[in-house]
Design a protein around this ligand. Structure first.
Ligand code: NI
Length: 139
């Protein structure tokens, strides 16, 4: 068994309280196991980046369009990669929040890096990329 390592995490109460609530609802006995699962998810997702060839997937973003310059930055990035963005849908959730769903298709590395760039934009409240297959190589 690998040696156990410990590290500290700093985060605001605004994030910790709902995270603890999530841990309880998902029956985690402690934060460490929940964080281990989150790390595993990130590592599995990163594995997709190592795939070659054509990939398709959906990217879901939730953000406040009043957040400083965010809507324009997200649009600029999409225009920079117009060949990868097949289509997008924008829903005004309320006066502030927007939900955007993008269908991405192209070289695996290009699709993954575009998704990462959009998710990492400061002000994006939630972003998740769900990779799938083009179906060409599946029976
Ligand atoms: Ni909107």
């Amino acid at each position: 068994m690998a040696k156990l390592a410990r590290f500290g995490v700093s985060l605001s109460e605004d994030l910790l309280v709902p995270f603890d609530d999530l841990c309880r609802r998902k029956s985690y006995t402690n934060r460490s196991e929940a964080i281990r699962d989150l790390i595993r998810q990130a590592l599995i997702r990163d594995e997709w980046k190592k795939q070659s060839g054509e990939l398709a997937g959906t990217l879901t973003l939730v953000y406040d369009h009043h957040s400083h310059d965010l809507a324009r930055r997200l649009m600029d990035i999409q225009h920079d990669h117009y060949g990868v963005v097949v289509t997008s849908m924008h829903v005004h959730l309320d006066h502030h929040n927007c939900l955007e769903v993008l269908v991405l298709r192209g070289d695996a590395e290009a699709v993954s890096s575009l998704a990462d760039r959009l998710i990492a934009c400061n002000g994006v409240k939630h972003g998740v990329f769900v990779p799938t297959t083009t179906g060409k190589d599946l029976a």
